[in-house]
Design a protein around this ligand. Structure first.
Ligand SMILES: Nc1nc2c(c(=O)[nH]1)N[C@H]1C(S)=C(S)[C@@H](COP(=O)(O)O)O[C@H]1N2
Ligand SMILES: [Mo]
Length: 216
């Protein structure tokens, strides 16, 4: 094993260990797929702040900053050079719709983490987007094995209205945590509220625990 390989293995082991402490996922009964208070839809609703940013792919960048060993500013080619993954997952929106079986392709958050190497004191991430949106989540949630920076849905490039060219998908949390048109990921020691979290939404947003609003 090279030194780099053993370092990667150590990081992956750390994410896995942190994931064990996640609440909610274990609390989910194996027979139930629809979280409480949700209803199933077959279409895919569009929800945003009322403006769809126009992002020229030639100028797109993803800046990874804060408590990481290797901060990066990735352009389209740098992002495409990262390992590519595919995941199948369900969407749960806090406005009560859920959509099953979404096929996503992109860069898994684990592979991004192995690229930037978060420092031990990093515990949260703040995501920023091209429309001015922000959202916060615990690093352990960001790092789950089926979370990804998605560039494709159902085999086609992610449309602009759904967050293309690149959006986050963290399937085990309400969908407001899955930032569309992502432009920055900042690693932090402390949890700070993003846009909806400042406006009454929950800091974590686990659909199985119905963590919809901050007073829940
Ligand atoms: N940049 C950005 N990301 C965002 C939002 C937004 O307004 N701006 N809305 C969030 C909310 S509330 C939801 S439910 C989902 C909606 O994603 P969709 O439009 O692809 O269904 O995106 C989330 N990510
Ligand atoms: Mo939402």
């Amino acid at each position: 094993m090279t030194e780099k390989d053993s370092k990667l293995t150590a990081t992956k082991r750390r994410w896995a260990a942190e994931g064990r402490f996640l609440t909610g996922r274990e609390g989910r009964p194996a027979t139930e797929r629809l979280p409480p208070g949700q209803h199933l839809v077959t279409g895919w609703p569009v929800l945003d702040l009322g403006q769809t940013p126009v992002i020229d792919a030639r100028h797109w960048r993803l800046d990874v900053t804060g408590l990481v060993e290797h901060p990066v500013s990735l352009d389209r080619d740098g992002f495409a050079a990262l390992p590519q993954s595919a995941h199948l997952s369900d969407i749960h929106c806090v406005t009560t719709w859920s959509r099953y079986d979404n096929h996503w392709e992109g860069v898994s958050t684990r592979d991004l983490l192995d690229h930037v190497m978060p420092k031990p004191e990093a515990r949260f991430v703040m995501l920023t987007s091209y429309d001015g949106y922000t959202t916060n989540l615990p690093l352990a949630d960001f790092a789950v094995d089926n979370a990804l920076l998605a560039t494709a849905w159902e085999g086609l490039p992610l449309t602009r209205e759904h967050g293309g060219p690149v959006r986050l998908v963290v399937p085990h949390l309400y969908f407001w945590k899955s930032a569309k048109w992502i432009r920055g990921i900042d690693f932090r020691a402390k949890d700070e509220a993003g846009f909806w979290e400042r406006n009454g939404y929950h800091m974590r947003g686990d659909p199985w625990a119905e963590e919809r609003y901050s007073d829940d």
